[in-house]
Design a protein around this ligand. Structure first.
Ligand SMILES: Nc1ncnc2c1ncn2[C@@H]1O[C@H](COP(=O)(O)OP(=O)(O)O)[C@@H](O)[C@H]1O
Ligand SMILES: [Mg+2]
Length: 243
């Protein structure tokens, strides 16, 4: 069963910039895919099109239906900046926001809040102010807010960015344990490879490589995108992105 099917997707911002220039991408149910590539490649724009937040030209089908509005029980998007996701006075309200919108009963909403906070290791954080959390806690809280809606497809924009090793491992474990399709934009290939088998590399609004992550990273032209390589294609330094 197909989870996401995109055909010749183009997206142009109001100022005329063509951020997506003909994307073709098909993701199967329960597949785990990392979308990587340089800054400005169009990765976030693509995710926003999948979430139905932006409407491009072309065909976007999510869970075998045309996504007209963001349906939180199908597609959950964790924004790159957790401050875009957390806007309530308490974390409990932030986590409850999605389930309440799904018109779930009060006790079910309360259970979802407890469950998803526990899932990300933030038990008892219901009454904390989101803006007083550390960046690692905020990122996990933003994931909890999306998990509370029980989406079939979990999409995350740079979940490991700016996290220390412990917080990164915690996010990695959350994604490994998620039961469903995972689409994750990341340059942190060390962590991404622990979650995803497949990598889609984007550049200039196009998909330039798509396949098994470790095989792709063995290709010099792909590796160059992520680490400095010498004339023989060997990585110059030991970095977190080394696989
Ligand atoms: N709101 C916007 N208005 C105009 N251009 C934008 C906007 N958002 C992103 N862009 C441009 O679209 C291109 C793709 O951006 P983005 O999807 O954010 O790339 P990535 O996530 O791969 O870094 C970039 O050139 C960026 O400057
Ligand atoms: Mg981005």
């Amino acid at each position: 069963m197909t989870s996401v099917d995109v055909k010749d997707l183009r997206y142009q911002y109001h100022d005329g910039l063509e951020a997506l220039r003909g994307i073709n991408l098909s993701i199967e149910k329960d597949e785990r895919v990392c979308i990587a590539g340089p800054n400005g490649a169009g990765k976030s724009t693509l995710l926003h099109c999948l979430a139905g937040l932006l409407k491009g030209n072309g065909q976007v089908s999510v869970a075998n239906a045309e996504l007209k509005n963001l349906d939180s029980s199908i597609f959950g998007l964790v924004f790159q900046n957790p401050d875009d996701q957390l806007f309530c006075p308490t974390l409990g309200d932030d986590i409850a926001f999605g389930p309440r919108n799904q018109k779930l009963a009060k006790d079910v909403v309360a259970e979802r809040v407890r469950e998803s906070l526990a899932l990300v290791g933030l038990e008892g954080f219901e009454y904390r102010h989101p803006h007083h959390l550390s960046i690692g806690e905020k990122k996990r809280a933003a994931i909890a807010a999306v998990m509370a809606c029980k989406p079939k497809i979990l999409a995350l924009d740079e979940p490991w960015a700016n996290l220390d090793a412990r917080a990164s491992r915690s996010v990695t474990d959350i994604l490994k344990n998620f039961d469903g399709t995972v689409i994750v934009i990341s340059q942190d290939l060390y962590y991404a490879a622990a979650v995803c088998k497949r990598m889609v590399v984007m550049d200039g609004g196009m998909v330039i490589a798509d396949g098994d992550m470790k095989k792709l990273l063995a290709q010099e032209k792909v590796l160059e995108y992520f680490v400095a390589v010498d004339d023989d294609g060997c990585p110059l330094c030991h970095s977190r992105t080394r696989i």
